[in-house]
Design a protein around this ligand. Structure first.
Ligand code: TYM
Length: 338
């Protein structure tokens, strides 16, 4: 049995604004892991173009969003000296390995992917082939570095199971122990942040209501307003976690507070349980502003010197390529390419 060097990889799509779900579900853990692991974080620009141009906005918007997301990573605490920060399209081995994985993954596996069904909607015939093969490219993003851990939000779990299936089948088909069986890292009290308008729907960039999400670029006033207007039920806050069952909006707000404060849900309920929602919302608004506004300020500072952000991506891509190229060379040998 080969032991794989622990290595962490994760990424986000540069389509529109990053929001609190991206931050609490993934980025907070990315920042923690860079102190204990070798970490690679990419802006997955090749994933962005799987959707119609109207969604990602075309070339000018993609360039801008890629730099904004890179700046958001850094503003949230990703240190380009500790982590390799790059954009996916700059390392061609992602696409090269994805083709080989297209020949490993089975149609039946992809047919089960719920995100494809959600994103393609009713007009499946009109979805791009790229959208369908998207999880295969994601597996290549991870395995081109033989990454062992992937910190993500709960919604990526199924894609990571597919990544494991691809690694297992590749290893079996070629009689090798080459790719690791990557572990998802889905941790913390906010692995699935829900919409502020509907506690049964995921907080998402594509929700038409801006009140449903807190964007990392929102002003302090907007953050406070959105929390004040967040949907709640008529009851106060329970003192124990069991009291949140069947109350998705309450559970969501408590989870957000816990994640922002880096405490457990239980500890938060000990402090606020028995009280009114209005008081809790005030405390949550204050905390959210204290955590998100500095990210926004830092992001704007970084984007004011966009040359620096570009330089970070260039250097990161060179460092990522240095890991990916020899792995791709081995893969080609294993497959039998001359
Ligand atoms: P994306 O761009 O949709 O989301 C980026 C990260 O944010 C997390 N996330 C959430 N977490 C909690 N609550 C939410 N409401 C919420 N919304 C989003 C996502 O789980 C994700 O961790 N396919 C990926 C990008 C990707 C990738 C990869 C990730 C491409 N290649 C390789 C890891 C490894 C995606 O579309 O994420």
């Amino acid at each position: 049995m080969v032991t794989f060097t622990p290595r962490v990889l994760s990424g986000m799509q540069p389509t529109g604004n990053l929001h609190l779900g991206n931050y609490l579900g993934a980025m907070v853990n990315w920042v923690k892991m860079q102190d204990t692991h070798e970490t690679l974080y990419c802006v997955v620009d090749m994933h962005a173009i799987t959707q119609p141009t109207s969604v990602w906005g075309g070339p000018t918007a993609l360039r801008k969003s890629t730099l904004e997301v890179a700046a958001a990573y850094m503003a949230a605490g990703i240190d380009p000296k500790k982590s390799i920060l790059f954009n996916q399209s700059r390392v061609p081995e992602h696409a090269e390995l994805a083709w080989i994985f297209n020949c490993i993954a089975r149609l039946g596996w992809l047919n089960r992917m719920t995100q494809f069904k959600e994103k393609a909607g009713k007009d499946r015939e009109n979805a791009s082939v790229g959208l369908y093969a998207y999880p295969v490219l994601m597996a290549a993003d991870i395995l081109i570095y033989r990454a062992t851990q992937v910190p993500v939000g709960e919604d990526q779990k199924q894609h990571l199971e597919l990544c494991r299936d691809i690694a297992i089948k590749f290893n079996n088909d070629f009689g090798v122990d080459f790719f690791p069986i990557t572990e998802p890292v889905i941790m913390g009290p906010a692995t699935r942040v829900m919409s502020l308008r509907d506690g049964t729907k995921k907080m998402s960039k594509s929700d038409p209501s801006d009140l449903s999400r807190i964007n990392l670029t929102d002003s302090a006033d907007d953050i406070a307003k959105k929390i004040r207007k967040a949907k709640t039920d008529a009851d106060g806050l329970p003192s124990e976690k069991a009291g949140l069952a069947g109350r998705p909006e309450a559970e969501n707000l408590v989870g957000i507070y816990a994640a922002l404060a880096d405490r457990t849900t239980e500890v938060v309920l000990t402090e606020f349980g028995g009280g009114q929602f209005s008081a809790f919302k005030n405390a949550l608004a204050e905390l959210a502003v204290a955590k998100i506004s500095p990210i926004n300020t830092k992001m704007n500072q970084l984007l004011a010197e966009v040359g620096y952000v570009e330089q970070v991506l260039t250097e990161g891509s060179t460092r990522a390529s240095a890991i990916a190229a020899p792995i791709m060379k081995d893969v080609k040998k294993i497959v039998g390419f001359v």
